[in-house]
Design a protein around this ligand. Structure first.
Ligand SMILES: [Zn+2]
Length: 290
């Protein structure tokens, strides 16, 4: 079996309201976990996972990207005007044309916006990654085309149509697998955050890597009861998170977070005293071979 490299790439960063991001946690608690500015806004990263098999370059998610207009960039405090993920790829000697697969856990704009080119006046952003297969959960794809009032603002108008028109859209269901060379990706279904979110469990030669998606956006949310205000079914999300963490302990898996500004990944263990899953190792950056 071939060795596989796992590299966390930074995309565009945002700031979001800490109260919304920490849903059911009081400010007195969450501000100990993450610093907030005077308006209560916290840093939200776009951590994307590049997996290189030797023959293929698979990208898990694209972050918020730079497609938003200057007005909308201000609203979400997107710091950079340029497409940061493209720069991060260039630092690895790659362009978007070198990516064979883009896997999207769900189609919220802060995960899928990087599929699009950076905003330019009077020009519709276009779909990047000209050769990639776009691997998307069918249920969340349908949701993005017909969202609920509560999450309508999280989806990108017209993106589903652009993906369809590419002819390179691959639908997956919960429980399905993606096999690329000798790498297997198992998609674990999750309904707590948004309908039909798929959590990739990536099985390499010597270990498992989970891209946690919005089931665990960053380190503080490893705390079982903590959910986001954006989550659709909070209790269901907590149950799904518990199942993921218990299995991650069993498989000694590495967890990669989409939104943590400080930690790209962690390993977890069962704390025998507290009787809950806790981080055992923290990685500020990630570039490893498994
Ligand atoms: Zn989301």
């Amino acid at each position: 079996m071939q060795e596989t490299s796992f590299i966390v790439l930074r995309g565009n960063s945002m700031r979001l309201d800490g109260g919304t991001m920490f849903g059911n946690a009081a400010k007195a608690l969450w501000r100990k976990w993450m610093p907030a500015d005077e308006n209560g806004m916290i840093d939200i990263a776009s951590n994307c996972l590049l997996v290189k098999t030797g023959n293929h370059n698979i990208l898990f998610e694209t972050g918020c990207g730079a497609y938003l207009s200057p007005d909308m960039k201000r609203r979400f405090a997107v710091k950079e005007a340029s497409h940061i993920l493209m720069q991060s790829l260039a630092e690895e000697g790659l362009t978007d044309a070198d990516i064979s697969h883009v896997v999207l856990t769900h189609l919220h704009f802060d995960h899928a916006g990087g599929l699009l080119s950076a905003w330019e006046p009077e020009r519709e952003p276009e779909l990047l990654f000209p050769k990639a297969l776009f691997v998307v959960g069918e249920e969340n794809f349908k949701r993005s085309k017909s969202p609920h009032y509560r999450d309508r603002a999280s989806f990108i108008p017209g993106l589903a149509e652009k993906l369809q028109a590419s002819g390179r859209l691959v639908f997956k269901q919960g429980g399905d697998r993606l096999v690329v060379d000798e790498l297997g990706v198992e998609f674990s279904p999750s309904q707590g955050h948004t309908p039909g979110m798929l959590i990739p469990w990536i099985q390499a030669q010597t270990g498992t890597v989970i891209y946690t998606a919005d089931l665990i956006p960053g380190l503080p949310w490893v705390n079982l009861p903590i959910t986001m205000g954006y989550d659709r079914f909070a209790e269901r999300l907590v149950d799904e998170k518990k199942e993921m963490l218990d299995r991650a302990v069993d498989e000694k898996a590495l967890l990669v977070f989409p939104h943590d500004p400080d930690y790209a990944a962690i390993r977890v263990e069962m704390d025998p005293v507290k009787k809950r899953v806790m981080p055992s190792q923290r990685f500020e950056t990630l570039n490893i071979t498994l």
